[in-house]
Ligand binder design. Structure first.
Ligand code: MG
Length: 230
């Protein structure tokens, strides 16, 4: 019994890899850098993205951005992003995909026709809020950016190592709340380095906008680096 289940899981992951490669090929053809953007529910993913888009207008000619929103239900986040007049599509895992707690390559593939890939340079895919399942499924991304809010505690990298280990950038959000919390930032850094030594990290606040310019600069640098190789 146990072996059968392992087999089924492996087949599902293999199938996901195949579709992720097809997504990757489409992104490469359109020269789009893709970010899989993850974090727990309430970490501030969409709010930080709004702060980013508010500052992006000055760079929109240089790096055209698009957004794919993943949620179990509703288009609240896509509607928020649409306010910034960037291309946006919404995937609901609850309607067509059995309410999955993550995006997989097939879900992302199903939404690609809704996005003008040839007219964007950077696609941010906001995953379903969850620290576990999203980390297991590649969707064809170049980079993984994760949001970890200081309200979540310092020990999360040790409890959810896969998500933190596969991140290319960690945004430490809600730092405006630090004076009110018993949160030990040094402890968090140590926990993060234990699972992903030296991974880039930025202190940010979706409320004040602190650190968001630096995040934007990091993203544009990553897009520029891929353009040079191409
Ligand atoms: Mg959101």
């Amino acid at each position: 019994m146990h072996r059968t289940r392992v087999r089924v899981v492996q087949d599902a992951l293999d199938a996901n890899q195949t579709i992720a490669r097809a997504n990757r090929a489409d992104f490469d053809r359109a020269a789009v850098t893709v970010v899989n953007y993850m974090g727990s529910p309430g970490a501030g993913k969409t709010s930080l993205l709004e702060q980013l888009l508010e500052r992006w207008e000055a760079y929109q000619d240089e790096v055209r951005i698009g957004v794919l929103e993943g949620d179990i239900q509703g288009r609240t986040d896509a509607d928020r992003i649409a306010e910034y007049h960037v291309p946006v599509a919404q995937i609901n895992t609850g309607i067509s995909f059995g309410g999955e707690c993550h995006l997989d390559a097939n879900m992302v593939r199903s939404a690609l026709p809704e996005l003008p890939l040839d007219e964007i340079d950077l696609l941010v895919i906001e995953n379903v809020g969850n620290l576990v399942c999203p980390a297991e499924f590649r969707v064809g991304e170049d980079l993984r950016v994760m949001v970890a809010a200081v309200t979540e505690g310092e020990d999360k990298p040790l409890k959810y190592p896969l998500m933190f280990r596969t991140a290319d950038l960690v945004l430490i959000n809600k730092v405006d709340l630090l004076p009110y919390l018993d949160y030990d930032l040094e402890k968090f850094h140590a926990a993060l380095d234990a699972v992903n030594p030296g991974v880039p990290r930025l202190l940010v606040s979706a409320r004040t906008g602190a650190g968001v310019d630096e995040w934007g600069a990091w993203l544009r640098q990553e897009v520029a680096a891929r353009r040079q190789v191409a």
